[in-house]
Ligand binder design. Structure first.
Ligand code: NDP
Length: 291
């Protein structure tokens, strides 16, 4: 498929994301067959040049490579279990969100069926697909990734993590975990200033450049973590990173201290273990070894 636009690709699932993925392929001139469980969702794509298949089986038979963008792991099995015979010898690129264990299970299922399997984790919302900023993480068959890369790049930056099919999902979820904790931190700050009459919009205008600048610290922390030496000179110590002032100010504002408490507990466990003079990055040891 890939650079040869005459090689047909099939997209199963025309929800918001599946439609965006299929639309990008069609606009790039790829021969694309689409299928959706409920009728009517393919009309716009057909008007732009896609073919619509009446059944999932027809769609699989039409494409040498099959993109699955369904709701979840169960729906992938529901649609594809009856079609293992048709899928054999083809490539399945599954960008449906699944857990790492579910991705590995699908890779084993595909191997049994003679299907080349590539698992994808989409780091974008539908309107970002095909635009700068969209990124999709992949793991599974290296050959499938190499063969399909020109096509995958139509959706966004594509990064391959390795043959372990669960890796893309794991990294996807790790990035989401980082995002949610950052968002919770932003919400805490917004709640903190609100009683003083500072709106969330005004706070956001300050928080965005501040947090963006702070992401510049990630690589320094990463070097310390990978180097496994929290005593390297120049690091902010755990003892210096006491968050009592933040907690007291939060209490004075009458808000919950849960978000900051969580970080303080991670710091305190390392101080209690006698590591107070070591660097802040050492809180990763509190996370690695649950208290
Ligand atoms: P939607 O809810 O918009 O669409 C879900 C799709 O799955 C529809 O095509 C639906 O068909 C189909 N489906 C659900 N259950 C079944 C089933 N049992 N059998 C056959 N088809 C089924 O979701 P999205 O398109 O937004 O998301 C699709 C995948 O992409 C999800 O795994 C999601 O996590 C992932 N994703 C989405 C992002 C987003 O921002 N939207 C971001 C990153 C990943 P029908 O129309 O018949 O209901």
């Amino acid at each position: 498929m890939t650079t040869d636009n005459s090689v047909r690709v099939s997209v199963l699932g025309l929800g918001a994301m599946g439609t965006a993925l299929a639309d990008t392929l069609v606009k790039a001139g790829c021969a694309t067959t689409v299928w959706n469980r409920s009728p009517g969702k393919a009309d716009g794509l057909v008007a732009r040049g896609a073919d619509v298949a009446a059944t999932a089986g027809d769609a699989v038979r039409a494409g040498r490579s099959v993109i699955a963008c369904l709701l979840d792991h169960a729906s992938v099995h529901e649609v594809l279990d009856p079609l293992t015979g048709e899928l054999a010898g083809r490539t399945l690129v599954n960008v449906t969100t699944t857990s790492p264990a579910q991705s590995r299970e699908l890779a084993a299922w595909a191997a049994d069926a003679g299907v080349a399997y590539l698992d994808g984790g989409i780091m974008a919302v539908p309107h970002m697909i095909g635009r700068p900023g969209a990124s999709v993480l992949y793991s599974g068959s290296a050959d499938a990734f190499d063969e399909h890369k020109p096509l995958l790049e139509l959706w966004g930056t594509s990064t391959y993590f390795g043959e372990d099919a669960g890796l893309a999902s794991l990294c996807d979820l790790a990035l989401l975990a980082s995002m949610y904790v950052m968002f919770a931190g932003f919400m805490h700050g917004a709640a903190m200033v609100a009683p003083a009459g500072v709106t969330a919009s005004v706070f956001a205008a300050h928080a965005a450049p501040w947090l963006t600048a702070m992401t510049g610290e990630f690589q320094g922390y990463a070097a310390v973590i990978d180097g496994e030496d929290y005593s390297v000179e120049g690091q902010q110590s755990l003892a210096f990173s006491d968050l009592d002032d933040l907690l007291a100010a939060s209490a004075d504002q009458g808000i919950s201290s849960e978000v900051v408490d969580m970080v303080q507990r991670l710091i305190q466990r390392q101080i209690d273990a006698g590591h107070g003079e070591q660097g802040f990055a050492r809180i990763i040891e509190s996370i690695r070894q649950p208290g």
